[in-house]
Every structure is written in structure tokens, then in C-alpha cells.
Design a protein around this ligand. Sequence first.
Ligand code: C5P
Length: 437
Amino acid sequence: MTVVAGLARRASRARNATTRSAPKGNGNVNGKRILLIIGGGIAAYKCLELIRRLRERGVAVRVVLTRAATEFVTPLSVGALTNERVLTSLFDLSDEQEIGHIRLSREADLLVVAPATADLLARMAGGHADDLATTVLLATDKPVLAVPAMNPHMWTHAATRRNVDRLAADGIEFLGPNEGEMAEGGEVGLGRMAEPHEILAAIAERLGGASGASAALAGRRVVVTSGPTHEPIDPVRYIANRSSGKQGHAIATAAAAMGAETVMVSGPTNLTDPAGVATVHVETAREMLEAVEAALPADVVVCAAAVADWRVADAAGSKIKKSKGKPVPKLDLVQNPDILRTVAELDAKRPPLVIGFAAETDNVVANAKKKLRTKGCDWIVANDVSAGTGVMGGDRNSVHLVTAKGVEDWPRMSKDEVARRLMERISKGVAKLRGAK
Ligand code: C5P
């Protein structure tokens, strides 16, 4: 979780502590206006997806590209997505009657700077106004969300730390950066720009109103498990798996965006906690079960975590030492609790809709049908994770929804899209249950 600063308005209002918490809406952003300032970094390409998604939700997006940003995305592609003239320099505003920089900076509900590069943050912190982006940022009276992306060393450099601290004190909100592999050179660390769905959730959290179609799950409580579990061998070693948590986090994000009160119980991942989701961080399967039970009652439980099936019977209290001549240690494994089955077998507290995932490498649908019976859940989302599909850790998924009524084969799509579709199905399922009551 790397939200650096609390939510706040610009300098003039920043000191008032009562304005520093985000208004909680139901995520409906229809009709809102965003001014997106795209900085010059490789992550700029993610803004195209962000714009597309904002537009899908009825958000008007106007874009300012810094000069460097035009090296990464073109005004033409951005303009095609926003359906608005893309602004790249102060001279674009030469017709001041049409749209001046003051008006431009104030007619949006929120300004989003993404990617917020080290240089752009430094110029913002210094109060520069030597191009359209910085001028607009200096002139605005609206909240600003900065989404940094840079090399990990640049992010941790004392100069960037100073700039971020100063901007946070000025009331700028930060989302990310995330930890992970950099686009350039395969370097790993803190510096990846937050994903479009995370930015979208942060925007929805900030601007989401109190009515509209996206309130389909308002008043409902959804619990989601996500990520892997880590099962200790000793204090420094553990058994884990390759789950990234992307699918589970996307489901929690989608649930919150539809107005559900959402709790996500997550094992260790490199992802940012989704905005508007109460996230409980756990390490082991037993901790995950405990946290899920504590989060009940709920209307829906979605078990998307890749829970380790086994744990070491007696994890060592201190580091197991290797020494010459000593036999290689043997790991005595015992079964972990099955969270999905435990929840599905509850009596009074059983949620009306319990959904599991089945990651399979062979006979995907047949195994998922079997799992539906053995686990006692209502739906299974089955996916093929065999080598070469790139599903484990990747951004795309191709799933089959298995219910008592039959099997739906969904086309290959992004994990975010799977999450949105699933939540739409869930909201219909919940509405039917409501009708049946
Ligand atoms: O048995 P298998 O691991 O294939 O089942 C997958 C489904 O069961 C997933 O929904 C997963 O989150 C859930 N599960 C669980 N607790 C376990 C093992 C799996 O909740 N110990």
C-alpha cells in the first residue's frame, strides 16, 4: 500500500484536517470531468486504457500532454479516445476567449497527473509555470491526484522524497507507485505506475456520487480473498505460489465500484490496496480463514485467493541452519483449512452466494464441475493456468463460469474485464436472491 498522502485540497485548504478524508460514494462517476495531465514516461501508454475506461463510465476527459509525453503517446490517439482537442502547449490556448488556462484548470472536478515523473513532481513542487501542464497545476483550485512512475532509485532519491513531502503538505494526493518490474531494463522495485483500474477506483472513490447504475450492489456486503498465502518453514523461509493477486484485487475493485461494502482479505502481493475496499493483510491460510470468518456475515463471498494446500507441520522458531554432514531437513506437511468449503458449509452464517475459482491445467470444465460439488459452493470460475497461457501473473484471463445451470465460456479478456462481468452477474444473482426472500 503506497498511498503517500491523505486526501486533501490545494494549499489554501490543506491544513484543515476535517477536509482530509475522502468522501465515500458508490463509485458512480457518470457526468464528472477529469483533466488528465500525461507526463513523459513509458507508463504513459497506460493512460490510453484509463481514458477508455473513464469514457465508458460517462466521464468527460480532457488531456494535457507535456512535451515529453508526446514522445510516448500521440495527440492523435489520445484525441481519438477523448473525443476532445488534446492540448500540448500554452500556445494551444492562444485563443483565450475559447479556453484559457485558468478556465481549463478549474472546469474539471479533479486533476490527475499520470505518469507523474520525477521531473514533473520537481517542477510542481517548485511552483513552476513554464509549460501548460505546470501552469494549469499552479492555477487550479481543484483537487489533484498524482500517480508517480519512475525508476526505483529516482523514487527513493532524497530530492524526490523532498518534493513528494512538499507536495503532500500542499494537499496533493498520491496513488502508488507500485512495486514490480520496470518496463526498462527489467529492474525491480518501487516505481511502477498504478494500474488503470487502481487509478479508476481512486477517482471513483474521490468523485463517486450517491446514485446511478453503478449502485447495483449498494447495501450489499462482499468479501473477497486474493493473492497467495505464505506458509512459514522457519522465520526466513516459506512455501508460496505464483499468484499475483491481480484477479482477486480486480474483483474487489469492481465490487466497490458497484457500491458494495467490500472487504478484501489478501495474502502478500505487490499490488496497491484498492481504493474504497477495506483490506485485511494476512500471510497464512489459517490467518486468511480467521479474517474471512471475522468479515461475515456477507451477501457474497468470492474466494479468488490461491491458498496453499499444505503447510509445514511444525515451522521452526529459528532459522534452520545448514551444516556440512548434517542431513537435509525434511518438511512434514499437513493440510491447510479449505476456506471456500468452510464458508460454503456454514449454516446460519452461510452467505447466499459463495463463489470459488478453479485454476486447472487439464480438463478445466470437468474438474470445475466436480469442484462445484465437492466444495459446496454456488458458482465456480474456472481458468486454464497451464504453462504458456500466461494467466498466472499475467493481465489476461480466459474463464468458464460453472453454475448448477450449466457452463458459460467467456472470451479471453483482461482480468479487470472478467472482474466487472463477474460482478455484474453477481449483482443479478443477488437481486434474484432478494426477490426469492
Ligand atoms: O481445491 P482448489 O485449491 O483447486 O480450489 C480452488 C478454490 O478453493 C479457490 O476458490 C480457492 O480460493 C479456494 N481455496 C480455499 N482454501 C484452500 C484451498 C482453496 O479457499 N485451502
